[in-house]
Design a protein around this ligand. Structure first.
Ligand code: SAH
Length: 344
């Protein structure tokens, strides 16, 4: 079964032409699919064509399995199901300036970061571009009226480990005849796959690059992220500079504070010296503790001290707001819980 939402307009035209359909039909189908419609709802197509499409293709590849709504801030956490029975998660956050949806790019993840729940069972498979778009469609339908305004590729998975489908997703989600979400409203977060970061810089897709740094040096980074054994911090920071130079987009560094490891003032000073002179922003994340890992988060006072050191050294930095804390808002936690419950 062909997932039609993942095809570019010209590919959809070619697919429809093979079925003996005229090009304008493909335009109609493209518009419907990217509005979130199912084949049955495509009212300007003949019944016969709708039946044919239903028997040979997939319209909406993702559905909502469950939704949890935070009593604290209205954050919505989705467990999505895919056609093969796998499930992934997404989070919808409401801000004054619009809704931000965090989507997954893989079922699981193989990067093995020590603090992350998504990677505990490895990577099951890559998501297709259609399955990434499908998550956005689900959230839009769920909000009846409001629309997803910003997208962050920060759910389960390493986006750059699924490069081709992620790039396809970025082109389709920003397509003027599709959802038309501006690339400047999209952030892609990576643990730092250097070759792919450089490749992305040349795609002409000015998304914000978020780099999961989490350490001021390689010695500490290696204790948290296996990828640090493959690419050194100078290599990663060079790739960031290349991205900045090619896209003009400042880099956002993510830094989860782990007690006793990367959170003291000396780390903050070392981090500042590493980033000096670079157009960037540091996002401090209080660690979400994962029961399977014995890493400890920090106190609010420690966060504020770290933040102050960075700011005093003229590094732009903020503490990331925690949202959906009461609904397993963090990466991979909900899926993990679901799988554990299913197994039990
Ligand atoms: N694989 C990509 C994107 C997914 S993770 C990446 O590594 O960037 C999204 C962000 O959440 C990353 O910065 C990741 O390091 C962070 N993260 C994962 N688990 C976390 C936890 N338990 N506490 C705080 N941040 C976490």
């Amino acid at each position: 079964m062909q997932e039609l939402m993942g095809l570019y307009p010209d590919e959809l035209k070619a697919w429809m032409a093979e079925k003996g359909e005229k090009a304008f039909r493909a335009d109609q189908v493209f518009a419907w699919l990217h509005k979130g419609a199912a084949f049955d709802e495509m009212s300007n197509l003949s019944q016969a064509l709708r039946e044919k499409l239903k028997s040979e293709a997939v319209d909406q590849p993702v559905s909502i399995l469950s939704t949890r709504v935070s009593q604290l801030d209205g954050t919505r956490k989705y467990l999505f199901s895919l056609r093969d029975g796998n499930c992934i998660e997404g989070v919808l956050m409401r801000y004054e300036y619009g809704c931000t949806l965090c989507i997954s790019t893989q079922v699981g993840c193989k990067m093995g970061c020590r603090f992350c729940a998504s990677t505990l069972d490895g990577c099951v498979r890559n998501l297709t571009a259609a399955e990434m778009l499908g998550q956005v469609q689900c959230a839009n339908r769920d909000m009846n009226g409001e629309r997803v305004h910003n997208i962050v590729l920060m759910g389960s998975g390493e986006p750059l480990d699924n490069y081709d489908e992620v790039v396809r997703f970025l082109r389709l989600v920003s397509h003027e005849k599709g959802l038309n979400i501006g690339l400047r409203h999209i952030s892609l977060s990576t643990c730092g796959l250097v070759d792919k970061m450089k490749q992305l810089a040349l795609e002409g897709l000015p998304v914000t690059l978020s780099l999961s740094l989490h350490a001021p040096n390689d010695q500490i980074r290696k204790q948290l992220m296996p990828i640090a054994n493959r690419y050194s911090m100078p290599e990663v920071l060079d790739a960031c500079r290349f991205y900045l130079q090619k896209t003009g987009r400042r880099i956002v560094f993510e830094y989860a504070l782990v007690d006793g490891l990367n959170a003291d003032e000396a780390c903050a000073r070392e981090l500042a010296s590493r980033l000096r002179g670079m157009q960037c922003h540091v996002n401090l994340i209080p660690l979400n503790s994962v029961p399977e890992r014995n890493l400890k988060g920090v106190t609010e006072k420690q966060v504020q001290t770290f933040l102050k050191v960075l700011k005093d050294l003229h590094i732009s930095a903020t503490r990331r707001r925690e949202m959906g804390d009461d609904i397993e808002g963090a990466c991979g936690q909900l899926r993990k819980k679901h799988l554990t419950e299913v197994k039990a």
